[in-house]
Design a protein around this ligand. Structure first.
Ligand SMILES: *Cc1c(COP(=O)(O)O)cnc(C)c1O
Length: 360
């Protein structure tokens, strides 16, 4: 029996990446340094960094005028670093409230500026993402922040909002590289690595050059997007091992047909699970309206919540692990990031269908 982790993060890595990491990270080179030990100023690490940047630029079809930064830390660090770097002389920042992670970003931004709520989701069942029609974007807002895929709530925007001259900033942590992306729509995109890009410790930023001039004077130098951009993300020691693993993940994506192929595979995997939920006659329910359901984080409940513990125990006996929902909202959640193979998603769908037959 093959075991699969459906954890929300850190998430499964592709088998091919784990194998390359095993062969590459621990073996000493001619200079006596294994990949884990490479000096960040040396040629070998510089080459890895350049490779990661170029591969990612190709995968994203990166337009001119954008930079890619590889920064230490997670997405939650960016919740503070965004206002510190992007407010400039603006008096407020706009945030869309779409659930758990956007609310965490909003709480943090309030420590630095006035936060205007640009739009709100429907937080009662059935859940729905904010409509992208009329958003509240007052004059003088520095940027508008969205969370295109809400990892905890299991909902995703079906389309991006139009924010006019206000730069759109996205916490894409749980959806980055899961589907093609029109980078020109964004001023800044950030994603911590442990969901689709590799291992924890690294956050990737894609940022429009013209936004780099807004950094506040008191911002610690190592946290200045501008300084890190000027110094190719090596003002100080970057997370070298995490960048190496991210480069392996980018190679794997390119070898497997790029983002278009991944998007089709991700849709297919998710549809297989949602089909079982919707066809279960109420044994399972999904709280999100169908058009706004995440293809990455599939949230569901048992109609009879008393069955939840049995479901989790039997799933684990079938090799299907980490299916509990986020502690704050409970229920169940299956995260199907890029590295989840079809076989893992099918194994879960088959188990769920069988469990529904036995408990319907
Ligand atoms: C996981 C997640 C985070 C948390 O990121 P850290 O790297 O743990 O700081 C933030 N936002 C979203 C959308 C996430 O999925």
């Amino acid at each position: 029996m093959t075991a699969y982790s459906f954890a929300a993060g850190p998430a499964r890595l592709p088998d091919a990446v784990l194998e390359r990491a095993r062969d590459e990270l621990f073996v000493r080179g001619v200079d006596g340094a294994a990949t884990l030990e490479r000096p960040f100023t040396g040629d070998a690490f510089r080459a890895t960094l350049a490779h990661a940047r170029e591969r990612l630029a190709t995968l994203l079809d990166l337009p001119p005028g954008y930079r890619i930064l590889f920064l230490a830390g997670g997405a939650m660090h960016q919740f503070s670093l965004l206002p510190m770097n992007l407010l400039g002389t603006a008096r407020c920042a706009a945030y869309a409230d779409s659930g758990y992670w956007s609310q965490r970003a909003i709480d943090e931004a309030r420590r630095y500026t006035e936060v205007v709520i640009a739009a709100r989701y429907i937080g009662a069942t059935p859940l729905a993402a904010p409509t992208t029609g009329r958003w509240h974007l007052p004059q003088g807002c520095a940027y508008c922040h969205i969370t295109p895929n809400e990892t905890v709530d299991g909902l995703a925007y079906p389309e991006l909002p139009h924010t006019g001259a206000v730069p759109l900033v996205a916490d894409a942590t749980s959806c980055f590289l899961a589907t093609p992306l029109d980078v020109t729509r964004f001023g800044l995109i950030y994603a911590s690595a442990q969901k689709n890009l590799g291992i924890a410790g690294l956050t990737v930023l894609v940022v429009r050059d013209e936004l780099l001039g807004r950094v506040a004077p008191h911002v610690p130098t190592a946290f200045s997007y501008r300084i890190q951009a000027q110094q190719d993300s090596t003002y100080n020691t970057p997370p070298t091992a995490a960048i190496h693993v991210a480069a392996l993940v980018f190679d794997w994506i390119a070898d497997n047909g790029g983002l278009t192929a991944l998007a089709a595979a991700n849709r297919r995997k998710a549809e297989g699970i949602y089909r079982v939920i919707d066809g279960s006659g109420g044994v399972y329910t999904a709280p999100v309206v169908p058009a706004h359901r995440s293809v990455t984080n599939i949230r569901f409940h048992l109609g009879d919540t008393a069955l939840t513990e049995r479901f989790v125990a039997e799933a684990e006996a079938h090799g299907l692990h980490h299916l509990r929902g986020h502690p704050r909202i409970g229920g169940l959640r299956a995260s199907l990031y890029n590295a989840m193979p079809d076989a893992g998603a099918s194994a879960l769908a088959e188990f769920m269908a069988d469990f529904a037959r036995r408990n319907g």
